[in-house]
Design a protein around this ligand. Structure first.
Ligand code: ADP
Ligand code: ZN
Length: 720
C-alpha cells in the first residue's frame, strides 16, 4: 500500500479473506486514528507478523491505477530522490474523483402528461411550457427545467404531484465530447506531408520512440502533429499534449476545435474543483480522448495512452521547482518508454539536451525548414545601444522609434518586448542612496506604479510605496531605476499618443479570460502596439504584426547561469517569431549593449546550428549537461547559523571519488528567500556515475536538525 504522504515507502496491510485486491486498486486504510486513501502497490513483505497488521477498510469503486503510471511514480521518486508517496500525491490530486459522482434527480414526462398535453386541457401557460420542453422524452433536473420554462420550481412540483412528470436518475456528468479524427486537415506541403507521415507511421506501429519535430516558427509544426493525434484517435487511443502555459493557449484550443470539431479536455491550475474532478474521472475511464495540460497532466491515469506530444519542449516552465522537483518533458519520455508508445517533442529552438539525444541517435528528428506558404522569416537587426542612445530616462532608441513610426503609419501592428513586470526594477533614494529591499529575500523591490505598490517577485511580498525614505526620511526623494513594461507604456503614450496600446504581463492579465480578450483585441486590430513580457512570446499568431522591438536583449545574459545564452537565444528567437507570420514581411530590432555576443550574432545571421554547436562545445569542455550530470543541494534554515551548521556537516561528509566534483557550500544567489537562509552545493558528475546513489548515500550520512530543510534538485535549471 502506498499512501500519498512523504513516508519512506509502502506500508503493509492485511487483506480480509473474502476480498480480492490487485495492484493499482484504490483502497482506504487506517493510519493511526485516520482513514486514508492509497494505492495497492504490491504483495507486501512476508516478514511482518500478520497478527499485527491492520486490515484495509474499503476498496473504492474506481478503475485501478494503470501499471505504467505506478511504474512512473516509482521511477520519478527514485530519479528525483523524493518519497514515492509525494510523487503518488501528484497522481491523486482529486481524491473525491475516486468515488462515482452522485446521480441527480431528473424529471421526465409521463403518459398522463403526454395525454394532457395533447388534449391541452386545464393547463396554465407555465405548465404547458414545461411539458413541451419534455415532450421529446429528455429528462432535466428541476432547477434546469424551471430555467428553461421561465417559471418557478413550484410549477415542476405541481406537475409532479399531478403525475404528469415522473422522476428518473440521470448521470451527474456527461462524458466529454469525442473529437472527430475523420475531418480533413489542411492540405500539407510536401515537407509537412513527409513529417506527418513519419509520425503517423510511428503511432500506427506503436512501440516506444522519441521524435523531435524541429521546425522554424510558423512552419506548421502544429498541423503536422495534429495528423499524428488523428492517427492515435483512429486507433481508439488517448492522447496527451503538454503545453508550457496552458492558460495562455487560447489560440491553440481554438485551432484544435476547428480541426477536430470539439475542444480537448483541459488540465491546469485554473480549473474549478468540479472541472478537475470531472476531467480526472473522464481520463481514468478512458472517455477523455485528448487531454491538453500543463506538466501535472503527466500524472493522470490514462488507461490507454497512444501518443504524447510535448510542444515547446525547450520551455523551462516544464521544470517544476517546488515539492517534487522534476522536468515534465524528461518524465514524459520516461512514461512513453514505460508504455511503449511514441512521443513527439516539438520546438523551433530545441534544447541542447534534446539535440544531443538526436546526435547520439537516441531520438529521431524531423525538419520543417521554412515557414508555411508565402510567409518569410523576419529580418533581425541589432541596435547598438552604445551608439544609438535613447534620450535621458527613456529606453527606446532612435532607430526603434523610427521603425515604430513607420509601422504604425502603414496601419500595421508592433510589439515591444521587455521581460520585466512592473514600472521599475529598482527604487532608490536620491538623497541617501537607500535601496528598497524585500524584508524576506535578498532582492530589490519592484515598483508597480499602476497598483501603487512595491513588490518582491520572489516571495510575493507587497507594500504601499512609502511617502518618505525609510532611511533618511526625506520625502519625494525616490528615483526609479531601469524600465519595466509599465514604464515603457508611459514612454510609448508620450511618443505615440494616437496609438492604441495594451500591456500584457502576467500581473496585469488576470486569468486566461483576460488574456483571451487581449489576444482577440490584437487579432481584430483593436490594438496597434502591444507591450509584453514573456507571456507574449509564446505561440501567438497575429497576421498584422510586422515589427517586434526587443527593448533589452541582454537581460537574460546576466547572472552567468549555465543555460543563460541558450535560454536567451530561445526566448529572443521565439519573440522574433511573432513578426511577419503571413504575407507582410516582419522586422525585428534587438537593442543590445553586446552586439558582438554570440547569441546576438546567431540571431542576426540565422546561425542557430553553429551557435548551438559552440554552446555544446563549451559545455562539453566543462563537463556540464548534457555531457555531464549535475545536481544541486539546497540547504535552508531559519537563520544563518543553522544553515551554515548543516552546510558544514554536509561538506565534511561530501563524496570523495573520481568523476565527482562537489562545489560549495556557498550562499545561494538568493541568499535569503521567504525568510529562509540558503546555502547551495553543486554536484558535478561524469555521465557514467550513478549520481542518485552517491547523493542518497551522502544524505544518509548527515543528520539535519528539524528546522533545516534539504532539497535535492537533479538536473537543475535554476541556480538562484
Ligand atoms: P508552428 O506550430 O510551426 O509555429 P503553425 O502550425 O502554427 O506553425 O502554422 C503557422 C500558420 O500557418 C498557422 O496559421 C497555420 O494554420 C498555417 N498553416 C500551416 N500549415 C498549413 C497548411 N498546410 N495549409 C494551410 N495553412 C497552414
Ligand atoms: Zn521577497
Amino acid at each position: 500500500m502506498l499512501l500519498p504522504l512523504p513516508l519512506d515507502g509502502a506500508y503493509d496491510y492485511l487483506v480480509p479473506d473474502d476480498t480480492n485486491v490487485k495492484p493499482g486498486d484504490f483502497v482506504t486504510v487506517p493510519l493511526g486514528p485516520r482513514l486514508l486513501t492509497g494505492v495497492v502497490w504490491g504483495e507486501g513483505s512476508a516478514d511482518v507478523d500478520e497478527g499485527r497488521l491492520k486490515p484495509i477498510a474499503e476498496i473504492l469503486p474506481a478503475r485501478p491505477m494503470p501499471s505504467d503510471l505506478r511504474q512512473l511514480v516509482d521511477w520519478v521518486a527514485s530519479y528525483t530522490l523524493s518519497p514515492p508517496g509525494s510523487v503518488l500525491r501528484m497522481a491523486m490530486r482529486v481524491p473525491d474523483a475516486l468515488l462515482p459522482a452522485r446521480p441527480v434527480t431528473g424529471w421526465r414526462i409521463t403518459e398522463a402528461g403526454q395525454l394532457t398535453l395533447e388534449k391541452a386541457e386545464g393547463l396554465t401557460g407555465a405548465r404547458r411550457r414545461v411539458l413541451e420542453i419534455l415532450v421529446d422524452g429528455a429528462a432535466y433536473p428541476a432547477a434546469e427545467l424551471a430555467r428553461l420554462g421561465a417559471c418557478g420550481t413550484g410549477v415542476v412540483k405541481g406537475l409532479a404531484e399531478k403525475g404528469m412528470i415522473g422522476s428518473v436518475e440521470i448521470p451527474a456528468r456527461l462524458p466529454p465530447p469525442i473529437p472527430d479524427w475523420r475531418v480533413q486537415g489542411p492540405i500539407l506541403s510536401p515537407n509537412q506531408e513527409t513529417a506527418a507521415e513519419a509520425l503517423v507511421d510511428k503511432v500506427r506501429q506503436g512501440g516506444f520512440g522519441v521524435t523531435l519535430l524541429d521546425g522554424v516558427t510558423g512552419s506548421g509544426k502544429t498541423e503536422v502533429y495534429f495528423a499524428a493525434i488523428a492517427a492515435a484517435l483512429e486507433q481508439g487511443r488517448q492522447v496527451l499534449v503538454l503545453l508550457p502555459e496552458i492558460a495562455l493557449s487560447g489560440q491553440w484550443l481554438q485551432r484544435f476545435s476547428r480541426r477536430f470539431g470539439v475542444g480537448p479536455v483541459e488540465w491546469h491550475s485554473d480549473l474549478s474543483h468540479t472541472e478537475r474532478r470531472a476531467a480526472w474521472r473522464a481520463v481514468a475511464e478512458g472517455q477523455a480522448q485528448v487531454v491538453v495540460g500543463a506538466r501535472s497532466a503527466l500524472f493522470l491515469p490514462f488507461p490507454d495512452l497512444g501518443l504524447i506530444v510535448v510542444d515547446e519542449e525547450h520551455d523551462q516552465s516544464f521544470k517544476q521547482e517546488e515539492g517534487v522537483i522534476y522536468h515534465a518533458r524528461d518524465m514524459a519520455v520516461v512514461r512513453a518508454s514505460l508504455l511503449k508508445r511514441p512521443i513527439v517533442l516539438v520546438s523551433a529552438t530545441p534544447s541542447l539536451e534534446t539535440l544531443q539525444n538526436v546526435e547520439q541517435g537516441r531520438y529521431e528528428c524531423l525538419h520543417l525548414p521554412a515557414r508555411h506558404g508565402e510567409a518569410q522569416l523576419p529580418t533581425i537587426r541589432l541596435v547598438d545601444m552604445r551608439r544609438e542612445k535613447p534620450e535621458r530616462q527613456k529606453f527606446i532608441s532612435p532607430p526603434l522609434v523610427a521603425a515604430l513610426t513607420e509601422t504604425l503609419a502603414a496601419g500595421e501592428q508592433a510589439m515591444l518586448f521587455l521581460n520585466r513586470r512592473g514600472y521599475a526594477p529598482l527604487t532608490l533614494c536620491r538623497t541617501c542612496g537607500h535601496r528598497m529591499q524585500c524584508p524576506n529575500c535578498t532582492a530589490w523591490l519592484v515598483e508597480h506604479r499602476f497598483l501603487g505598490t512595491l513588490q518582491c517577485h520572489h516571495c510575493g511580498h507587497a507594500e504601499r510605496i512609502p511617502k518618505a525614505c525609510p532611511s533618511c526620511e526625506d520625502e519625494g526623494s525616490f528615483a526609479a531605476c531601469g524600465p519595466g513594461v509599465e514604464r515603457l507604456a508611459e514612454e510609448v503614450a508620450l511618443r505615440f499618443p494616437e496609438a492604441r496600446v495594451a500591456v500584457m504581463a502576467s500581473d496585469t492579465m488576470i486569468g486566461p479570460r483576460a488574456i483571451g480578450e487581449l489576444v482577440r483585441g490584437v487579432e481584430d486590430h483593436a490594438i496597434d502596439l502591444l507591450i509584453g513580457t514573456q507571456v507574449m512570446a509564446k505561440g501567438h499568431h497575429f497576421p498584422m504584426l510586422t515589427l517586434v522591438g526587443v527593448v533589452d536583449a541582454d537581460l537574460g545574459l546576466a547572472g552567468g547561469d549555465l543555460r543563460a545564452a541558450e535560454r536567451t537565444y530561445q526566448l529572443l528567437h521565439q519573440v522574433a517569431g511573432r513578426a511577419g507570420r503571413e504575407e507582410r514581411p516582419g522586422i525585428v530590432l534587438l537593442q543590445t549593449f553586446m552586439p558582438e555576443h554570440p547569441v546576438m550574432q546567431a540571431l542576426v545571421q540565422g546561425g542557430r546550428d553553429r551557435f548551438l554547436a559552440a554552446e555544446a562545445e563549451g559545455r562539453q569542455h566543462h563537463g556540464m549537461p548534457p555531457f555531464g550530470r549535475l545536481a544541486a543541494i539546497i540547504i535552508s534554515g531559519p537563520d544563518d547559523d543553522s544553515a551554515d551548521f548543516t552546510a558544514r556537516a554536509f561538506a565534511r561528509s561530501s563524496p570523495q571519488m573520481p568523476g565527482i566534483d562537489v562545489l560549495g557550500p556557498a550562499p545561494a544567489p538568493l541568499a535569503i528567500l521567504r525568510g529562509r537562509h540558503r546555502r547551495r552545493f553543486l554536484v558535478k558528475a561524469k555521465k557514467t556515475i550513478n549520481l542518485q546513489a552517491v547523493l542518497r548515500d551522502w544524505l544518509k550520512r548527515v543528520k539535519t536538525p528539524n528546522s533545516v530543510r534539504v532539497q535535492v534538485d537533479i538536473d537543475p535549471y535554476s541556480f538562484l
